[in-house]
Design a protein. Structure first.
Length: 267
């Protein structure tokens, strides 16, 4: 999710925008709100913000003044002015401070939605890993940057398979969860959920070979609180239930005194 901050001096409008606009559905998380530009500026100095939706006429510090201060600091925050005024002078100043979007409060819901979808796409493109054009002899990595991102994602899933979610991975590699799902599918040919299932089932297979663990314990260890769901998933994946697997495959018996595995066959 991209981090969105909203600055608007009118309480009803600010609350309505924060609570009732479907931010999460279009890839944004409202991390804070303010009733004037000074509060917004102070927050931004201490927190990471990707996008600022900002009224122009606010007390203490106006939206124009806020945009100017952020422009001076050379921040990469995308600023959208949200105002009741169609004012050419405001628009000129907004452009001079790097503000690309100027939305009038009377605008239709669909238009505001369109603007933020464009911003989401821009942020995705800016965060898109780009292939390195040249590689120097001191660079031990022979893979492209994209391939390294994929490897990082796979490693993260492998290490946190029990309870990992797409949003966790997105935060880890600093990418949007909506984009990362498409990115992973494009680069690997697998959905995130397919790869995660593969890792869970391979781990379950490994654990089932160790007789110390009961089947319900294996179920919990690979992230299934309901053993029936685990059994159903395992059988769908391997064509046999966990019990059938143990009855027909080599398992590992453990000498409890020496704690050393001994291969055996359960008949």
């Amino acid at each position: 999710m991209y981090k969105l901050f909203i600055a608007e001096d009118e309480y009803e409008i600010r609350t309505g925008i924060c609570k009732y606009f479907p931010w999460n559905e279009i890839g944004f998380d409202v991390i804070g709100q303010a009733e004037n530009g000074k509060q917004a500026f102070d927050f931004i100095q201490k927190n990471s913000v990707d996008v600022l939706l900002c009224d122009i006429k606010m007390p203490i510090m106006t939206g124009i003044e806020l945009a100017e201060e952020l422009f001076k600091q050379k921040t990469k925050i995308k600023i959208i002015f949200f105002s009741a005024y169609r004012d050419f002078e405001f628009a000129q100043k907004a452009i001079s401070f790097g503000v690309k979007y100027y939305v009038v409060k009377s605008t239709k819901y669909s238009e505001l939605l369109s603007v933020f979808r464009k911003i989401n796409e821009e942020l995705d493109e800016e965060n898109l890993p780009k292939k390195e054009e040249t590689k120097t002899p001191c660079n031990d990595d022979v893979h492209s940057y994209n391939e390294r991102i994929v490897a990082t994602i796979k490693n993260y899933i492998t290490e946190h398979f029990k309870d990992v979610e797409l949003e966790d991975i997105a935060d880890f590699v600093h990418m949007n969860p909506f984009y990362i799902s498409k990115f992973f599918k494009q680069k690997t040919g697998q959905n995130f959920s397919e790869f995660l299932l593969k890792i869970k089932m391979e781990k379950a297979l490994e654990l089932l070979k160790d007789i110390r663990y009961k089947i319900y314990e294996v179920s919990v260890m690979v992230g299934y609180s309901n053993v029936k769901n685990f059994t159903r998933t395992f059988k769908s994946y391997y064509g046999k239930s966990p019990r059938e697997f143990r009855d027909n495959e080599d398992i590992v018996w453990v000498d409890k005194n020496k704690d050393l595995p001994v291969n055996s066959q359960k008949g």
